[in-house]
Design a protein around this ligand. Structure first.
Ligand SMILES: Cc1cc2nc3c(=O)[nH]c(=O)nc-3n(C[C@H](O)[C@H](O)[C@H](O)COP(=O)(O)OP(=O)(O)OC[C@H]3O[C@@H](n4cnc5c(N)ncnc54)[C@H](O)[C@@H]3O)c2cc1C
Length: 419
C-alpha cells in the first residue's frame, strides 16, 4: 500500500459527495445555493475525517505512512475545513427563495447553530495553531472541536429543506459522516482507546546527560513492536495526567521495555525528577512506520540528538550476519551528549558493513548533506535515508538530499511532534 492511499481515499469521498450533490440537485436550487452547500458539505466531511483520524486508527497507518503523517492529515483537514466553513457562510444566499413563506423561524435554529459552530471553530483553530501554548493547556480547548462538530451536525440536520435535501444521496452521505464523527469524538473523549493498553511497572529510572532512561517490566502481556516504533506512555501517578508519545529504545526481543526521554517541558521534567520505581505505567501502541527493514541494503541513518531513539532499538536488535551497508550519522552538540555512544560503537564494530559517524557541532561539524557526502565518499543516490531529529535539521537535509538527486521515496522521516 502506498503512503498516499489514505489521501486518495479522502479525496475520493469528497469527489463522490460532489458528484452526488451536483448530479441529484433539485432543479429549483439556485447555482449560488448549490455552490454554498457543496462547499459546506465538503467542510463537514473534512471535519468528520479529522475527528476520525484523531482516534489513531492503527489499521490505517500503512495508508498514511505512519501515525505522525496521519496527524498531519488530521491537522490539514481541520484547517481546510475551517476555510471552507467561512466560504460557506459568506457564499450562502441570505434571501429566502421565491415561493417560500418567509416566516421568522424558517432558518431557525439552523442559522444560529451554524453561526455558533463557526465562531467557536475559528477561535479554536487560532488556539490550535498557536505553538506557544503548552501542550497540556492546548489539549482541552482542542478537544472542544468535537462540540463544534456537534453544533455543525445540528446546523445541517435543521437546515431548511429548500436549501439542502438531507435525505437525498449527498445528504445521506453527510448523515453517515456525522455519525462517524460523533462516535469518533466519544471514543477519543472517553478514552476508549485505553482498553488496548498494556500495563507495566517501573524497574529503574536512570538519569543520564540531558536525558532519562525509564526501564519497565510487563505486569501481564508485553507489547509486541518493531524497531523504530513508538507508544503512548501514561504514568499512573499524581500529576502525570495525559499520555505522551515516546519511541521504544529497547530491542523487540528484550524482556524489558525502555524509553529514553529528553527534558523538554513540564511532563518530561517531572519524569526526570519525580518518577520512581514501583509506579505503574500504561503503554499504548505500537505505532509508526519508521522501519529500516523494508528499504534497500545501502542506508544512511541520520540522528539529531534525542532522535537517536528509533535507531537505538534497531541497533540493539541487530542480528549477526546482517550485512547491510549502513552509516549511522549521530549529530550532537558535544560528545558527552551522545547517548549510549559506547554501546552503539561496540555493537556497530561487530557488524561488518556498519559505520558510526559522530558529528559534534561544537567542533564545527554540522549535520549537513555536504558533510555526510564527504564522510560517505561515494554517490549519495544509491542510499536510502532515515532521518529523525529536530525539524529544522531534517527539513534542511531533505531539501539538500533532493538537490543531490536522491529520490523522495528513498527519504524516510519520523517527526517527534504531532502539532
Ligand atoms: C512519534 C513521537 C516519538 C517521540 N519519541 C521521543 C523519544 O524517544 N524521546 C524523547 O525524549 N521525546 C520523544 N518525543 C517527543 C515527546 O513526546 C515530547 O518531548 C514530550 O511529550 C514533551 O512533553 P512535555 O510536557 O515535557 O513538554 P511540552 O513543552 O509540554 O511539549 C513540547 C512539545 O511536545 C509535544 N507534546 C507534548 N505533550 C504531548 C502529548 N501528550 N502528546 C503528543 N505530543 C505532545 C508537542 O508537540 C509540544 O509542543 C516523541 C514524539 C513523537 C510525536
Amino acid at each position: 500500500m502506498t503512503k498516499r492511499a489514505g489521501i486518495f481515499g479522502i479525496v475520493s469521498i469528497l469527489g463522490l459527495f460532489a458528484l452526488l450533490h451536483i448530479g441529484f440537485a433539485n432543479d429549483e436550487i439556485s447555482p449560488r445555493a448549490l455552490g454554498a452547500t457543496l462547499v459546506g458539505g465538503i467542510a463537514f466531511l473534512l471535519m468528520a475525517t479529522s475527528i476520525f483520524l484523531a482516534t489513531r486508527p492503527s489499521v490505517l497507518e500503512d495508508a498514511f505512512g505512519g501515525l505522525d503523517r496521519m496527524y498531519q492529515v488530521h491537522k490539514t483537514c481541520g484547517v481546510i475545513a475551517t476555510i471552507l466553513v467561512l466560504v460557506h457562510f459568506f457564499a450562502s444566499p441570505k434571501e429566502i427563495p421565491e415561493g417560500i413563506v418567509a416566516t421568522a423561524d424558517v432558518t431557525f435554529p439552523s442559522s444560529p447553530l451554524g453561526m455558533a459552530g463557526m465562531i467557536l471553530l475559528v477561535v479554536l483553530v487560532i488556539v490550535t495553531l498557536n505553538r506557544k501554548i503548552a501542550y497540556h493547556r492546548w489539549r482541552m480547548p482542542h478537544k472542544l472541536m468535537g462540540v463544534v462538530f456537534v453544533l455543525i451536525v445540528a446546523h445541517f440536520m435543521t437546515a431548511p429543506e429548500f436549501f439542502f435535501d438531507r435525505f437525498g444521496p449527498s445528504g445521506l452521505l453527510l448523515i453517515l459522516a456525522g455519525i462517524v464523527g460523533i462516535l469518533s469524538y466519544g471514543y477519543s473523549m472517553f478514552g476508549m482507546n485505553r482498553a488496548s493498553a498494556k500495563t507495566y511497572v517501573i524497574d529503574a529510572v536512570n538519569k543520564m546527560e540531558r536525558a532519562t532512561e525509564v526501564v519497565l517490566s510487563p505486569i501481564g502481556d508485553a507489547l509486541q513492536f518493531k524497531p523504530g516504533q513508538f507508544a503512548f506512555v501514561e504514568v499512573k501517578g499524581d500529576g502525570f495526567s495525559e499520555p505522551h508519545p515516546f519511541t521504544i529504545s529497547s530491542a523487540p526481543d528484550e524482556d524489558k521495555l525502555r524509553f529514553t526521554i529528553k527534558v523538554l517541558g513540564d511532563w518530561t521534567r517531572k519524569v526526570r525528577e519525580e518518577l520512581t520505581p514501583g509506579l505503574e505505567v500504561d503503554v499504548r501502541g505500537p505505532y509508526g512506520r519508521f522501519d529500516t527493514s523494508h528499504a534497500d541494503n545501502k542506508q544512511v541513518w541520520i540522528a539529531g540528538g534525542i532522535g537517536v531513539t528509533p535507531f537505538l532499538s534497531t541497533i540493539r536488535g541487530l542480528k549477526d550476519g546482517d550485512d547491510r551497508e549502513i552509516y549511522l550519522v549521530y549529530a550532537v552538540r558535544e560528545g558527552a551528549e551522545a547517548l549510549f555512544f559506547d554501546e552503539l560503537r561496540e555493537k556497530l564494530t561487530m557488524m561488518p558493513n556498519m559505520k558510526l559517524i559522530l558529528l559534534e557541532s561544537n567542533n564545527g561539524e554540522f549535520c549537513k548533506v555536504e558533510k555526510i557526502k564527504e564522510k560517505l565518499g561515494t554517490s549519495m543516490t544509491s542510499f536510502d535515508y532515515f532521518l529523525c531529529g529536530p525539524r529544522v535539521m531534517t527539513s534542511s537535509i531533505i531539501k539538500d538530499l533532493k538537490s543531490e538527486g536522491v529520490a523522495a521515496n528513498k527519504i524516510h522521516t519520523e517527526a517527534f511532534e504531532f502539532r
